[in-house]
Design a binder for this molecule. Structure first.
Ligand SMILES: Nc1ncnc2c1ncn2[C@@H]1O[C@H](COP(=O)(O)OP(=O)(O)OP(=O)(O)O)[C@@H](O)[C@H]1O
Length: 216
């Protein structure tokens, strides 16, 4: 008998209004460990509102979110201190997560290719480099569930490809990843495509992807 793994993330009946503007009207979403989910929808449909609600940075009117494991959240607008350098951000976030080493930070900075800016203040970084730092901070503590709000905005092509290598690694390590995306040509990368329309999500399973295991 096989036992189903506990979902990494469960959101039930999420409702959120800004004043009289009802944005989320009963969103349900379940993400299993190792699943890569795309959230798509028109501008203003409520994708960022949904991610903020799941991350807990926004108070919802109704509904419940259950996470199993640590959460990493990469918001659309980086929350960085303009006066602190890249390295200072890395050290402060590592301390906040009680990490004993900066190994993962070093790995991510190298992978995303911005080591030369480590001593630069966040306020002096380009938009793309700020976004790299934003993503690094979300991944620093090796979370089990990752929420990424248009994470590659401003990335050049090389960095964009590296970003997907990174997501592939997370996928292989059974992390659950939810990505807000506008890019239709990425669809084949995802396990589930969840469409946000009229305040509700309609997830659909994409074709089963072929996973190749070395030595299998
Ligand atoms: N703090 C706020 N106060 C009032 N209205 C808001 C607030 N944040 C978002 N909204 C409104 O809620 C709706 C959903 O916004 P949200 O940013 O979640 O959409 P989105 O799908 O992420 O959009 P985009 O694709 O443009 O990033 C929009 O109409 C927006 O104007």
């Amino acid at each position: 008998m096989t036992t189903r793994p506990k979902p990494a993330l469960t959101a039930r009946d999420i409702h959120k209004a800004y004043g009289r503007h009802q944005v989320l009207r009963g969103v349900d979403l379940t993400v299993e460990p190792g699943q890569l989910v795309a959230v798509v929808g028109e501008n203003g449909s409520g994708k960022s509102t949904l991610l903020k609600s799941i991350a807990g940075t926004l108070h919802v009117d109704k509904g419940e979110v259950t996470l199993s494991g640590a959460l990493g959240y990469c918001p659309q607008d980086p929350v960085l201190n303009a006066n602190l350098t890249v390295d200072q951000h890395l050290r402060y976030f590592a301390a906040a997560h009680r990490l004993t080493s900066l190994d993962r930070a070093d790995e991510l900075v190298d992978l995303l290719g911005y080591a030369k800016y480590r001593e630069t203040a966040a306020g002096d970084l380009s938009g793309g480099t700020r976004q790299k730092l934003n993503l690094t901070l979300a991944l620093l503590h090796d979370p089990d569930v990752l929420l990424l709000d248009e994470p590659y905005q401003g990335f050049d092509w090389e960095t964009y490809l590296r970003f997907w290598d990174l997501v592939d690694q997370l996928h292989e390590r059974d992390k659950a990843v939810v990505v807000i995306t506008h890019l239709v040509f990425e669809q084949e990368r995802f396990d589930v495509l969840a469409d946000l329309v009229d305040g509700r999500l309609t997830p659909r399973d994409l074709e089963v992807k072929e996973h190749t295991h070395a030595g299998a």
